[in-house]
Write a new protein. Sequence first.
Length: 340
Amino acid sequence: MGRMASEFRYQYRCLRLAWGFLAGRFIHCNLQLTYRCDFRCQICDFWKTEHSAKDELTLDEIRRIGAKLNRLGTLIISLAGGEPLLREDLPAAVAELSHAGHFPIMITNGWPVTGKIARDVMHAGLQEVSVSIDYRDPARHDAQRGRLGAWERGIEALKLLRASRADRRQRVHLISVLMDDNLDDIEPLILLSRELGVTYMVNLYSWNRGQKPRRAPDGQVTRRLLELKGKYPEFVTLTTYIEKLDQAIAAGGIGECQTGRLLLNVDPRGNVARCTETLDEPVGNMLKEDIRDIRRRLYRVQREKPCAQCWTSCRGFAESMFQRPRLRQLREFYRSVRAT
C-alpha cells in the first residue's frame, strides 16, 4: 500500500506540473539555501564575501516557502547556493519539499558528497542532481574551480549519486558551464557521461552579475552542439536552448526575458527577485508577505523592466518549454526525466 500511495503522489505531481506548463504558471524556483561555498571558482563571486549559516533559512522557513510556492503552482525547486551540500540539514530540506509535492533538484560541485550523503539526499526524494565538471582534463577543471582534486571528487560524486538512487526516475547529470575555452571538451565529457551511466547538460556562462570576465565562447557554437545532441542520446539539454546560444553569445543575452513570470529566485533570507542576476532588486520577502502581492510585483517588473542580459539554463529551460514546436519540447523534456 505504501508503494502504491507513493506512486499515486508522484503521478499526481506530474499531472500538476503538466498543467503548470500548459497554463503558463511559475514552473521553476531557484531556492538559494546558502551563499557559503568550499570552492573558489573563477566564474563566481559568492565566495568572495563571508557568509554565515546563522543568516540562512531554517527548516521551518523552508517548509513555509514550499507551501507558498505550492500556491503558485511552482513544483520544480532548484536547491542552489553557494554549495547547497554545505548545509548539514539538506536531506531534511529535500524531504520537506518532496513530501509537500515538489520536485527538488540540485547542482553541486560534488566535493561534499560521501556515500552516506548520497544515500540520504536521494532517499529523501531529490528528483535530479547535476555535478559540475567543466573540462575533461582534471588539472584544468581544478584550476578553474580553485581546489586541487575537484575533478576527481566530482566524478566520484556522480558514481555515488547514481548508485544511491531510490527510484530509477531520479536523474543524475554531469553539467558543464560553456565558456571561451571548453567547447572542444564537450564531446569527451559526453563520452565520460556515457561511461558513468549518467546524462549530460550544458549551461552558458553568465558574466552579468558582479565583477567577472566575459569569457563567452569565441564564435558560433550552436551547430556543433546540435550535431553532438543528434549523435549522443546522453546529451539531454533542450534543443531550443541550444538553438539560441549563438544569438545569446553575440548579443550578450536573449531578449524578452520571462523571469518574473515563469521563474523566480528566493535567497537565503527569503528575499524574492526575478533571478540570480537581479539579487539586488528584490520585490518582497517570501516569509513576510502575501504570495499574491509578490506575484503581482514579479509580473509588473517583468513587464516594465525588459531584460536581455543572459541565457542561463534555468531561464532557458523555463522559456524553451513554451517555444514552438511545443511537442518537441515536451518530448525532449520527457527524455531528460524518464526512468533509466
